[in-house]
Design a protein around this ligand. Structure first.
Ligand code: NAG
Ligand code: NAG
Length: 292
């Protein structure tokens, strides 16, 4: 079977669909991505059709898409740092540039050998974030590749882990203006960095550099999304109904997915800004819309 650098058959299929939808799929690293920090720590890997990122005491690393998108479905596979990973963070996120930026995050907070990773999510709209949630995962994310995805449409953002929803965030612009990413194109970025001062048990455990380089592996990038060309955001905000990620099914959770989300929140939640009464004496307005 002929396979290009990143072209598994599944991804070529995703590609042909996405192209019709003005989306994107990965053909080769250099066609799709740019190395943002520390090029020598961003290592495209032919054998796994993926990309390895490295963190040393000197530098982390980041790569990001060349194109930017406004709404879509964004999915990757990721295998986190095995063994010692305290003080490190690996990320997969969407972000716009400039003041008042929008951002949709997955951040994986490392831990000491044998202790669990934490998955941290957040969403920024118009420069305002502070909407953190943290969960434990129900599997060991360092043993194998797992799928992490975000579906972002005009009505809702859904974060998924192996197709199980772990968080939703509704568009309530009509109630709370500037609270949803609606008009800024975002790139998709992946990074690894030193977060010794905050990541593990609130910064109690800094990175142990004798274990460096810390290595994380990404692969199977699938971005089926509305690509913004020539900064023309109208092409993605108008006439969008035909895009599958805008479908009714993606605008709210069906009963099965709703009960999966409830189960995650009941059994794996570590932190939820919506219930942090020290920070927020009353819950932020959006919280009631995003709880089930
Ligand atoms: C690391 O492990 C400790 C002990 O199990 C746990 O309390 C903590 O939430 C874990 N994760 C992080 C990022 O601190
Ligand atoms: C989004 O919709 C597609 C079909 O249009 C469906 O297969 C998929 O499960 C939906 N995803 C979510 C997160 O609801």
């Amino acid at each position: 079977m002929a396979m290009g650098l990143f072209g598994s058959p599944r991804l070529f299929l995703a590609c042909s669909i996405a192209v019709l939808l003005f989306g994107s799929c990965l053909a080769a690293f250099n066609d799709e991505f740019t190395k943002v920090w520390t090029p020598e720590h961003v290592v495209p890997d032919d054998a796994s059709n993926g990309v390895k990122l490295m963190l040393t005491e000197v530098a982390g690393a980041q790569f990001a898409t060349i194109n930017s998108y406004l709404y879509g479905s964004f999915s990757i596979k990721l295998k986190l740092i095995a063994g010692e990973s305290a003080g490190t963070v690996c990320s997969f996120y969407l972000t716009s540039y400039g003041a008042n930026h929008d951002e949709i995050d997955f951040e994986f907070l490392g831990n000491e050998t044998g202790q669990p990773y934490v998955l941290h999510t957040n969403v920024f709209a118009n420069g305002v974030g502070s909407r953190e949630q943290r969960i434990f995962l129900w599997f060991d994310p360092t043993a194998d590749f797992h799928t992490y995805s975000v579906v972002w449409n005009h009505k809702q953002i859904t974060w998924l882990v192996d197709d199980t929803p772990i968080r939703i965030y509704k568009n309530i612009e009509s109630v709370l203006p500037n609270s949803y990413p609606t008009k800024q194109p975002q790139v998709v970025a992946m990074s690894i960095f030193d977060a010794s001062t905050w990541a593990t048990r609130g910064g109690a455990v800094p990175a142990k550099w004798e274990h460096a380089p810390f290595e994380v592996n990404y692969r199977d990038f699938s971005f089926q999304a509305c690509k913004v060309l020539n900064n023309d955001v109208n092409s993605c905000t108008r006439n969008y109904e035909g895009n599958w990620w805008e479908s009714a099914e993606n605008q709210s959770l069906n009963p099965t997915r709703a009960s999966q989300l409830k189960n995650v929140h009941q059994n794996y939640m570590v932190y939820d800004y919506c219930t942090d009464r020290t920070r927020y004496p009353t819950a932020p307005v959006e919280c009631s819309y995003n709880s089930l």
